[in-house]
Write a protein that binds this ligand. Structure first.
Ligand code: IMP
Ligand code: MG
Length: 177
């Protein structure tokens, strides 16, 4: 199936912004005196995978890596109902947690995840998302490190999919019907 794609953030722009985020995040954790395993980078599968891999290599320290998967029950029907499909294996109590997302839209998934993580008493809890549709929030949740403000269109590439496809693209594209 062929879709029409319109480039929104090209490969070079994404790579440059990820490098900047790496510097910002490294500086933040240096400033709070956290290094390496004091920080747990939590990737939200599956969409955050390429971003997390590139962001990791843009850091000047080596965090512990872990992953979660969050899904909503039944697409669109009861949007508030979310569940963990996969939980962390790391004990985050007393550690600095950085959640890594591909995109934050309504904020529902992220708010649910942050609520679950906060109960485990991390030393700090921050969020880095490549893309942010802040104007779409229905739940008040802040992203600490934002790659780009995203336009109000459906985006694919750099981890984001349509039916599991197009995740491998190195830039971010609008899916044009
Ligand atoms: P939220 O709970 O509404 O913030 O939804 C966040 C999730 O919705 C993201 O992690 C993505 O999986 C998905 N999502 C939201 N907007 C887009 C988009 O433009 N393209 C692909 N996935 C999206
Ligand atoms: Mg996501």
């Amino acid at each position: 199936m062929a879709e029409t794609l319109r480039e929104v953030f090209g490969e070079a722009a994404v790579a440059a912004r990820v490098a900047e985020l790496g510097r910002e995040i490294s500086a933040h954790y240096a400033a709070v005196g956290a290094a390496d395993g004091d920080v747990v980078m939590v990737g939200v599968l599956k969409g955050a995978l390429p971003f997390m891999a590139d962001l990791l290599r843009a850091l000047d320290f080596c965090p512990t890596l872990d992953f979660v998967r969050v899904a909503s029950y039944g697409a669109g029907t009861s949007p508030g109902a979310l569940k963990f499909l996969m939980d962390l294996e790391t004990d985050i109590a007393g550690r600095h947690v950085l959640v890594v997302e591909d995109i934050v839209d309504t904020g529902r998934s992220l708010a649910y995840l942050l609520g679950m993580l906060q109960e485990r008493s991390p030393a700090s809890l921050k969020v880095c998302s490549l893309l942010d549709k802040a104007y779409r929030r229905v739940v008040d949740v802040a992203v600490d490190f934002v790659g780009f403000e995203a336009p109000p269109v459906f985006l694919v590439g750099y981890g984001m999919d349509v039916g599991e496809r197009l995740r491998r693209l190195r830039g971010v594209y609008e899916l044009v019907q």
